[in-house]
Design a protein around this ligand. Structure first.
Ligand SMILES: [Ca+2]
Length: 128
């Protein structure tokens, strides 16, 4: 009995340590989630302004690197426009791929990514 009690205490302490690690991981995850949601109004505003742009309505519409929150050219122009989706912003070609931002958004391609743009066929189809 005298030998079992220290072992039982060790097991209890070990379980407390495991629980504390799980609590730490959970709290850390919650902090990161809250930090991400702090930026969500911009994405919500994008979805409101452009409800049909479903494929590009994500953080990468304005950010190159989600870890560092680096803005792509469209995100930089959005910031310069006072974090508002203005008609002037829509008329720009932020990524310089030859398509105005509004044309890209209507085609559901990324206005801040030069490698993402409408296909010629999709534009011809839209004009019919
Ligand atoms: Ca593009």
């Amino acid at each position: 009995m005298d030998v079992a009690l220290p072992q039982l205490t060790s097991v209890v302490l070990l379980r407390k340590g495991v629980i504390m690690k799980k609590v730490f991981v959970l709290v850390t995850a919650m902090v990161f989630c809250l930090a991400s949601f702090a930026k969500m109004p911009d994405l919500k505003n994008f979805k409101t302004a452009y409800p049909n742009a479903k494929n590009i309505a994500k953080c990468t519409v304005c950010h190159d690197d989600l870890a560092t929150h680096t803005l792509n050219p469209y995100g930089q122009d959005y910031k310069a426009a006072g974090n508002t989706f203005t008609p002037a912003l829509a008329e720009l070609d932020s990524d310089k791929d030859g398509f105005k931002n509004i044309v890209e958004i209507n085609a559901d391609t990324f206005p801040g990514d030069i490698n993402s743009h409408p296909s010629v066929n999709s534009l011809e189809y839209d004009n019919q």
